[in-house]
Design a protein around this ligand. Structure first.
Ligand SMILES: Nc1nc2c(c(=O)[nH]1)N[C@H]1C(S)=C(S)[C@@H](COP(=O)(O)O)O[C@H]1N2
Ligand SMILES: [Mo]
Length: 525
């Protein structure tokens, strides 16, 4: 648009100047869209990538405000509003924000550029607040940035359509009300859904923090100091939670509150049993070193990790329910609907199949199944390690199937003996002389008896095994190699406790786990 319109549309209207209230509503709807979209995206982003589950812009501003509130004001707020002090603050933030947005809306119809700049500054304040929250990463800025862009776009469109509407079209009156209803409905719906999702996740966060400060209640298993060879580049014997591999079908990580969690045993049992979090906490907990492995792990891959798990043996719960004769499988179900088929015997025999609540001493991270997951030594994760577990149905393989079975994976998945070279890495260039070749080997629930290394076509030579911490955990190994200049292939193979060597035949992960020898090529100078 270039100049003012040729004639007023509304009889009696002296100019085409937008009434202030129209601008104010435009500003309010722009603000609602920004906050709504920011809040919804923040809730959806929880658990994606590096996001730690940050609140939406309004909650972030309120949180940042609380952190910066001088003590006298905090005391005043608490004494005036009592336990509603946070709600009062939230209402205060919303009111101030609404007034600012209304003013910017009025300004937009007078001086669009100034209003857009001011609106963007307001958005930047929100982004700053989000980024200042504990644990926030750069990704957490995205929801508020996108929300602000939508708000800016809405303001611009409002001004543009008002201008064209007043230039003679009869849509001048229906235009704003339509965009207000549409924009307002989208903004409000997004804010509402985002608030519900975000609210439930913050309850889960609070309940996880409560678990963190409670005692673990299990006798600590000693880890022999010699179990970790501490060689640079070698994966640590116990993998820290942050570095642990993660595999699941969950797009949004479930955030279950301990108060909402329960686990029932159903199906072919003498009596159905249901336990809640409190009951589980009252049970004698055990600690166990167990190495998880994903069936999708390729030879030399890193979808495998060892942790110290704390939990109550699954067999104790199954004993309470008393499985009926004829049952041979337990169909485990997660809160997100994912299912797992586990041989009944693996959950009733004397191995440490646990209803785990802790990983390396901490409450399970949300990504790894908080509040409760199953961990079973000796079986690939897809047939054992249900995260966010809510039901165990005692049944038969003839009658039921786990999630991955109809998708081309075997109904049963015992872990195959495997070994991996961590250092030197493939393609590394190393100096001639003594080189520590080191890695891990695993065959959960029988253990590893021997590891051998082969350089080029030379004979296989025994590597030195680290101290044995548990037959359910992987074992580190090292081979002091006298490296001579040139290009060399280094291979590794492991033996289980029966003396059987791992399969040298190359097989892909599907349908029941890869096999083959890990080879790395290095150059020695
Ligand atoms: N609810 C749920 N549990 C699950 C899965 C899943 O997709 N959903 N994946 C399984 C698979 S395939 C593996 S290998 C392990 C991985 O556990 P982690 O992510 O804690 O390493 O979780 C298992 N438990
Ligand atoms: Mo897996």
């Amino acid at each position: 648009m270039t100049t003012t319109s040729p004639a007023p549309t509304v009889p009696g209207s002296p100019t085409t100047r937008t009434p202030a209230w129209v601008g104010a509503v435009d500003g309010l709807v722009a603000g609602l869209l920004t906050v709504g979209i920011g809040t919804l995206l923040a809730a959806l982003l929880t658990g994606v990538g590096t996001s730690t589950g940050q609140p939406g812009p309004v909650a972030a501003v309120s949180g940042a405000f609380i952190d910066r509130t001088p003590p006298w004001l905090k005391d005043f707020a608490v004494s005036t509003f009592g336990t509603n002090d946070k709600r009062a603050l939230l209402v205060g933030v919303v009111v101030v924000l609404a007034l600012a947005c209304a003013a910017l809306g009025v300004l937009a119809h007078r001086n669009l550029t100034a209003a857009l700049v001011a609106f963007a500054v307001l958005g930047a304040v929100g982004v700053g607040a989000v980024l200042s929250r504990p644990g926030a990463g750069p990704l957490d800025a995205v929801p508020t940035v996108l929300g602000t862009l939508v708000g800016l776009w809405f303001l611009r469109r409002s001004v543009a359509s008002r201008a064209s509407g007043s230039a003679g079209s009869s849509g001048a009156r229906s235009g704003p009300s339509r965009r207000w209803v549409l924009g307002g409905a989208i903004g409000a719906a997004a804010a509402w859904v985002g608030g519900v999702l975000g609210g439930s996740s913050s309850a889960a966060t609070a309940s996880r923090e409560a678990v963190a400060s409670a005692p673990a209640g299990a006798a600590a298993v000693p880890v022999p100091s010699g179990a970790d060879l501490k060689i640079p580049g070698l994966t640590p014997f116990i993998v820290p939670n942050e570095d642990f591999y993660r595999i699941d079908t969950a797009i949004v990580v479930p955030r279950v509150n301990t108060d909402d969690w329960s686990l029932k045993v159903t199906g072919m049992v003498e009596r159905e049993v249901e336990i809640d979090w409190k009951t589980l906490q009252s049970k004698p907990m055990q600690e166990a070193l167990i190495t998880l492995t994903c069936v999708s792990n390729e030879v030399g891959g890193n979808l495998v990790g060892n942790a110290l798990w704390t939990g109550w043996p699954v067999r104790e719960l199954l004993k309470m329910a008393d499985p009926k004769p004829g049952a041979d499988m337990v169909l485990q179900t997660s809160v997100d609907g994912f299912t797992v088929s586990t041989p009944l015997t693996a959950l009733t025999d004397d191995r440490n199949a646990l209803l785990a609540t802790r990983m390396n001493g901490e409450p399970l991270p949300f990504e790894h199944g908080f509040p409760v997951r199953v961990v079973v030594p000796g079986l690939y994760g897809y047939v054992s390690a249900t995260k966010w577990v809510t039901e165990l149905k005692v049944t038969t393989y003839a009658q039921d199937m786990g999630y991955w079975t109809p998708r081309g994976w075997s109904p049963m998945g015992p872990i195959k003996t495997a070994s991996r070279i961590d250092v030197p890495q493939a393609g590394a260039v190393v100096k001639a002389g003594t080189v520590a070749v080191a890695g891990v080997a695993w065959h959960q629930h029988t253990g590893i008896s021997k590891v051998e290394v082969q350089v080029d076509q030379q004979p296989w030579t025994e590597a030195r095994l680290a101290a044995d911490a548990s037959i359910d955990a992987w074992r580190q190994w090292v081979y002091e190699w006298d490296a001579t200049p040139g290009s060399h292939d280094i291979r590794v193979r492991a033996y289980d406790d029966t003396g059987a060597v791992q399969s040298p035949y190359e097989a892909p992960p599907a349908p029941d786990g890869s096999t083959g020898i890990h080879v790395v090529n290095v150059r020695v100078e």
